[in-house]
Design a protein around this ligand. Structure first.
Ligand code: SF4
Length: 185
C-alpha cells in the first residue's frame, strides 16, 4: 500500500505514523512492514493506558520527550476503533523511536521508584491478556478488545492499574473512555 493510500484509508494521524515511526524505528518491532500497513501492533497495557488517558481528557497532542509514538498511535486508534490490532507482549508501535528501546527490542527504562519496565511490562501485559481471555499475538479489531474490556469492568482495573495509581480512578476513566467511544451505555 502506498503512502497516499495509507493516508486515505486510515487518516492523517496514521499516515503520519507510517511516514515517521515506521522508517525511523531503530529497534526490533513485531510485525513486518506489510502487516504494519494493515494493523496496529500494540501492548495491551498501552491500549488500557490510552483508554484511561482518553477518559481523563487527554488529546494526545504532545509528543513525549522519549520519542515514543503515543501521540501518533493513540489518535489513529481513537479515530478508527475498527482498525485491526495485534496484541503483543513486547515492543510495539508506540515503542518505535523511544530512546529506551534497545536494538534487541527491549525496554531499558528503570523508573525512579526502581521499577524495571522490561519485566514489569511483560507481567502486566500477560495479566491483561489472561484476564480478558486473549492469546498473545492475537489479531482483532480494536473494537473487539474494547468490548472485552467493557465486559470486564469493574475488574480490569485490578490488573491494568500501575503502581502508585488509584484503581478506582482508573476504572472511572476507562468507563468514561468507553462511553465516549460509544462502547458503553
Ligand atoms: S519506555 Fe519502554 S515500554 Fe515505554 S515506549 Fe519506551 S520502550 Fe516502549
Amino acid at each position: 500500500m502506498c503512502e497516499e493510500e495509507i493516508f486515505f484509508k486510515y487518516g492523517t494521524a496514521v499516515g503520519l505514523y507510517f511516514l515517521t515511526g515506521c522508517r525511523t524505528n531503530p529497534g526490533k518491532i513485531s510485525g513486518s512492514p506489510t502487516e504494519a500497513e494493515e494493523m496496529i501492533v500494540i501492548r495491551p497495557h498501552h491500549l488500557t493506558d490510552i483508554l484511561s488517558n482518553y477518559g481523563r481528557g487527554s488529546k494526545f497532542d504532545v509528543p513525549a520527550r522519549s520519542g515514543q509514538q503515543m501521540h501518533i498511535v493513540a489518535p489513529a486508534i481513537l479515530s478508527n476503533i475498527d482498525i485491526k490490532a495485534k496484541f503483543v507482549v513486547g515492543a510495539d508501535d508506540i515503542c518505535k523511536g523511544c530512546k529506551f528501546l534497545n536494538d534487541k527490542g527491549e525496554c531499558t527504562r528503570v523508573k525512579a521508584s526502581g521499577l524495571v519496565l522490561q519485566t514489569y511490562n511483560i507481567t502486566v501485559d500477560n495479566k491483561i491478556l489472561d484476564y480478558l481471555g486473549i492469546k498473545e499475538n492475537a489479531v482483532m479489531p480494536v473494537r473487539e478488545f474494547l468490548l472485552k474490556v467493557n465486559d470486564h469492568l469493574p475488574g480490569i482495573e485490578t490488573v491494568c492499574t500501575h503502581p502508585g495509581e488509584d484503581p478506582k480512578e482508573r476504572k472511572e476513566t476507562i468507563e468514561k473512555a468507553l462511553r465516549k467511544l460509544e462502547i458503553r451505555k
